[in-house]
Design a protein around this ligand. Structure first.
Ligand SMILES: Cc1ncc(COP(=O)(O)O)c(C=O)c1O
Length: 412
């Protein structure tokens, strides 16, 4: 495949900003193809965090001294940066949390507290465990039920079957935007339209979409949208939940403690307005500062361009892997985001991952926290290469060469 020069990013310039990419692993230049698990961090993110601790570190809110004022300002600015990244109407629609998992747990707890026996929550077969287990726990507490929208054999959602599940019993539709295991991009706008017509609230797990696609929560029709900073070149331990303000205002809190209250007496407590209501305790201030810097980094490059580059790499990988005897690529061929999930006949995915590691190629092998999806595909696990903005066609070739080595070592 000839790479269209219009699509090419100045990858070498970007790579130079990522210290972790400049290393050899087992004598080979590192080919880091595990970006769906977590991304590497550009130096400017590391520097923003370090600058915060060297200069501005203090607790936020309530403080009158200079450092606390600065830290509070940075924290609020970070919220506004996330709001613009997601296309929210106002910064108060953004709640800082540990990440996508915590965001869905918050919703399963707070929104879930309104569920009644007989109510239904619609998920899909593509979901990550973090968008299954919290809802199962909510169902145990309330007597609500989970309904599962099936996928087609190519890993795309069966929209008709999904629509068929919706009824006046459907209270929540919680669905991922992009599949971490297959790369499938879900048509969120259509999904949300149908859900709203049934009177349901729409939650989107954007963990894998945020690094690859421009996101406009209003245009998508998402009532809530969650993502994790570490998958968007930001630090671990920080992520955000977008919620339409009117909806956040109606929600009861998840965790109790400092900062989330209006007034406390031993007789009772009134709660702060969102987003403070959902941010009990000292927040991850340096994380928010680092995440804001990561967002500025991807915004400067442009998610449109990043997405097109990753699409190019994905196509190259389909071509390079397609001819390998016994290799099956799972999921859709196109309209997918940066993920190539595959099986090789006669090779366990863990052996594939281990042998690739001897070549300096980092991929993931396993169920990708999507065991129901693996069951649907009829495999216990897959090997998964996932691309980020800094990956190169040479790294795709390194993966293909590494797979030849896998076949040689395993005598396939
Ligand atoms: C689709 C999807 N949803 C949710 C999560 C959970 O993200 P985190 O572990 O950062 O909370 C992941 C992480 O891999 C994911 O891929």
């Amino acid at each position: 495949m000839v790479v269209d020069s219009e699509v090419v990013l100045d990858v070498e310039a970007f790579r130079a900003e990522f210290p972790a990419l400049r290393q050899q692993v087992r004598g080979f230049p590192l080919a880091y193809l595990d970006n769906a698990a977590t991304t590497q961090k550009p130096r400017r993110v590391l520097e923003a965090i370090s600058r915060f601790y060297e200069r501005d570190n203090a607790n936020v809110h309530r403080g009158v001294h200079e450092l606390s004022v600065r830290a509070t300002k940075l924290y609020h600015e970070a919220r506004a940066t996330v709001a613009s990244f997601l296309g929210a109407e106002r910064p108060e629609e953004i709640v800082f949390l540990r990440g996508c998992t915590e965001a869905i747990n918050l919703l399963a707890h707070s929104l879930g507290s309104r569920l009644r026996p007989g109510d239904e929550i619609v998920l899909s077969e593509l979901e990550h465990h973090s968008n299954i287990v919290p809802w199962q726990m909510a169902c145990e507490r309330t007597g609500a039920k989970i309904r599962v929208a099936p996928i087609h054999d190519d890993g795309t959602l069966d929209l008709e079957a999904y629509r068929g599940l919706l009824s006046e019993r459907t209270k929540i539709v919680s669905i991922l935007h992009v599949s971490n295991a297959l790369g499938t991009i879900n048509p969120i706008r259509e999904i949300a339209e149908a859900a709203h017509a049934a009177g349901a609230t729409v939650i989107v797990d954007g963990a894998q979409a945020a690094p690859h696609l421009p996101i406009g929560v209003r245009a998508l029709g998402a009532d809530f949208y969650a993502f994790s900073g570490h998958k968007v070149y930001g630090p671990t331990g920080i992520g955000a939940l977008y919620g339409r303000y009117e909806l956040l205002e109606e929600l009861p809190p998840f965790l109790g403690g400092g900062d989330m209250i209006a007034r406390v007496t031993f007789e009772g407590t009134t709660y702060a307005k969102p987003p403070a209501r959902f941010e009990a305790g000292t927040p991850n201030i340096s994380g928010a500062v680092g995440l804001a810097e990561a967002i500025r980094f991807v915004q400067e490059i442009g998610l449109e361009r990043i997405g097109r580059w990753e699409e190019t790499l994905t196509k190259l990988a389909h071509e390079a892997l397609g001819d390998i005897p016994g290799l099956t690529i799972h999921g859709p061929k196109d309209r997918k985001a940066g993920v190539v999930s595959f099986s090789l006949r006669g090779a366990h995915p863990h052996d594939i991952g281990t042998i690739l590691d001897t070549q300096g190629v980092a991929i993931r092998a396993g169920h990708h926290c999507a065991q129901p999806l693996m069951a649907r595909l009829g495999v216990p696990a897959t090997a998964r290469a996932s691309f980020g903005l800094y990956n190169t066609p040479e790294e795709v070739q390194a993966l293909a060469r590494g797979l030849e080595e896998v076949r040689r070592v395993l005598g396939l």
